[in-house]
Design a protein around this ligand. Structure first.
Ligand code: AMP
Length: 367
């Protein structure tokens, strides 16, 4: 397998959402072709990619044909089935590789992994069955949050527990299934963190092991969905250094080639606790398109293709706001505002909670 993919080559993308779309745009600007694999017609990434394979993730023939048409691949979501990665990975390099993805797919593995690189998480317990949950609530106390280990995002698969009497209802609310005997627990119970703010760091790691981190940004969620990202995060230097150090160590420990987004809580006494990670472009990195020397998407193209990483420095301060289905009435105002940097994802159906686009406002660089 050659280390470099030269301009003119084709990058495969598993997944067809907005992250894949913005990756494909960056790849095209840098002279690459893209081929999206996504079992959904007219998905956001397919609208800007050179090719789209619309097939299920277990269609071996389609996966092999996809692999034959590309020089390397990446994933815009971490839940690509392992067998699909194996089939395509046998023919071309997938960056990040299956190891990073398998940790990113599972909250219990993620927490264990971060503890292994010396980072702190919220107190947590694995929960295989309802009996474990009752014991875990006794140990961790309330309030706490029960989360499915897998396939949860944007608050889905989560239930808050305010007293031990609520454990059974929370288990039912997340669709609790016993995983007794299995190595991987069905869920994790996390202590509720009384955080001062939420931040994230996106680390990029190149083929040569070079690590470049975007600086920490501050994230505000509404209904568990990211609402705004503000850059810079305006946290004390010691917090920013700790956060950046954790992301860089994690990327090294995974021997990652690509991007690693790490979401963290900052407590009132300046501790940094890991919430979760994603080995892919991240919503809290959209601002980098308009405000950094190199965007997260350009960094990923560089890593996937074996080019040297670019400079992630911020050239402007920025505030990025997500536009959800229920926010579409705001779009004409953004369209008319010369200061608004508007990015829409080409989605026809504006359902509540669905990410339709984002808008970034820039200001003169501080700090
Ligand atoms: P998640 O899907 O785990 O990223 O959770 C979405 C959002 O819910 C987080 O960004 C927080 O705002 C909130 N949240 C999740 N876990 C906790 C926790 N243990 N303590 C406090 N807030 C949390």
């Amino acid at each position: 397998m050659s280390d470099r993919i030269e301009p003119g080559g084709t990058i495969g993308i598993f997944g067809g959402g907005q992250l894949g779309r913005m990756f494909a745009e960056a790849a095209r600007d840098m002279g690459y072709r893209t081929h999206v694999y996504c079992p959904e017609d007219n998905c956001p990434a397919s609208q800007v990619a050179d090719r789209h394979t619309n097939a299920p993730y277990d269609d071996l023939a389609a996966l092999r044909e996809f692999a034959d048409s590309i020089d390397g691949a990446t994933c815009e979501f971490e839940n690509v089935p392992a067998a699909a990665l194996e089939t395509v990975g046998a023919a071309v390099p997938i960056r990040p590789d299956a190891k990073a993805l398998s940790i990113g797919q599972d909250r219990a593995r993620e927490k264990t992994f971060f503890e292994g690189v010396g980072a702190e998480t919220a107190p947590w317990r694995p929960v295989h069955r309802i009996e474990d949950l009752k014991a875990a609530v006794d140990e961790i106390g309330t309030p706490s949050i029960l989360k499915t280990s897998r396939l949860g995002y944007d608050g889905k698969g989560q239930a808050r527990i305010d007293s031990s009497g609520e454990a059974a209802a929370a288990w039912e609310a997340i669709g609790g299934l016993s995983s007794a005997g299995a190595a991987e627990p069905f869920a994790v119970l996390e202590g509720f963190v009384d955080f001062q703010c939420e931040i994230s760091v996106i680390a990029a790691r190149g083929r040569d092991g070079d690590v470049r981190c975007f600086e920490p940004v501050r994230n505000v969620h509404r209904n568990h969905i990211l609402h705004t990202t503000t850059a810079p995060a305006a946290v004390p230097a010691a917090v920013a250094d700790a956060a950046t150090g954790i992301a860089a160590r994690a990327a090294d420990a995974l021997d990652l080639v690509g991007l690693l987004a790490v979401e963290m809580f900052v407590t009132g006494d300046g501790r940094v606790l890991i919430n979760e990670m994603a080995p892919r472009p991240h919503n809290s990195g959209h601002w980098t398109i308009d405000a950094c020397e190199t965007s997260q998407y350009q960094q990923l193209v560089r890593a996937v293709c074996g080019l040297p990483l670019g400079d992630p420095a911020r050239h402007h301060d920025a505030v990025m706001t997500n536009i959800l289905g229920e926010d579409m009435h705001l779009v004409p105002g953004y369209e008319a505002d010369p200061e608004a940097r508007l990015h829409m994802y080409g989605k026809a159906d504006a359902r509540p909670g669905r990410k339709m686009g984002h808008v970034t406002y820039l200001a003169a660089k501080t700090g």
